[in-house]
Design a protein around this ligand. Sequence first.
Ligand SMILES: Nc1ncnc2c1ncn2[C@@H]1O[C@H](COP(=O)(O)OP(=O)(O)OP(=O)(O)O)[C@@H](O)[C@H]1O
Ligand SMILES: [Mg+2]
Length: 264
Amino acid sequence: MLDINHISKTFNPGTINEKKALQGLNLHLSEGDFVTVIGGNGAGKSTMLNAVAGVWPVDEGNILIDGADVTGLPEFRRAPYIGRVFQDPMMGTAPNMQIEENLALAYRRGKKRGLRWGVTKKEREFYYERLQILGLGLEDRMTAKVGLLSGGQRQALTLLMAALQKPKLLLLDEHTAALDPATAAKVLELSDRIVQENGLTALMITHNMTDAIRHGNRIVMMNEGRIILDISGEEKKKLTKADLLQKFAEVAGVQEETDAVLLS
Ligand SMILES: Nc1ncnc2c1ncn2[C@@H]1O[C@H](COP(=O)(O)OP(=O)(O)OP(=O)(O)O)[C@@H](O)[C@H]1O
Ligand SMILES: [Mg+2]
């Protein structure tokens, strides 16, 4: 479903601020793969997701989504294939619009029919059903402005919106980092459900190693713009946080103490 073939990206090349963020990165995801991504600050995790989403062109290599080469496509042309949720609950939804209007926008993304037609009764019933799944009571507040929702509620809604059109790829960048632990756990559980029920292929960045182990069928660790560890299946199920810290130290040659701080 996703092929990242030897991509590199250097920011501010030839200047004092030059940064090789991705260095010959390879990653291949099969349909239905749910991959958690860990790594220290600046390892290139968000840059990898930005490269896939087409935020800017990569310097070398190519990216295929479901077999189609999207390397040369701008962000808006890739958007129909991709659902994204960011760390900041303020992103991804329009605060001055109603919950149902936000859902309608997400649902009509890439389609000709704009919002000016209003939300139909049939659509409203569909959104009501989807919102019920969240278990947050939002289905009874469909005409409330999204700006009134809490961070957790907004992230849950963004997740629902990102999955509404069953994207080929769901990209989650620390999407629960700004939430309190209980809400974060709920939104993560919801992410699992949405990925499973829709059979989505997903990449989820997290700094929480317990979450990275618990969720998904595969875990990758990044360091200096490359993937330095890739564990799946039974081996992943047996993985512990201590294993991960040790592996990080082995492969990256970084002190465990530092990792413990970076990868809490
Ligand atoms: N648009 C940009 N312009 C310049 N440098 C950038 C840009 N985006 C990322 N970088 C740099 O590329 C490197 C990788 O950044 P990236 O955001 O991918 O790290 P990350 O693994 O997501 O880290 P974190 O865990 O802190 O979110 C960093 O050194 C960062 O400063
Ligand atoms: Mg990041």
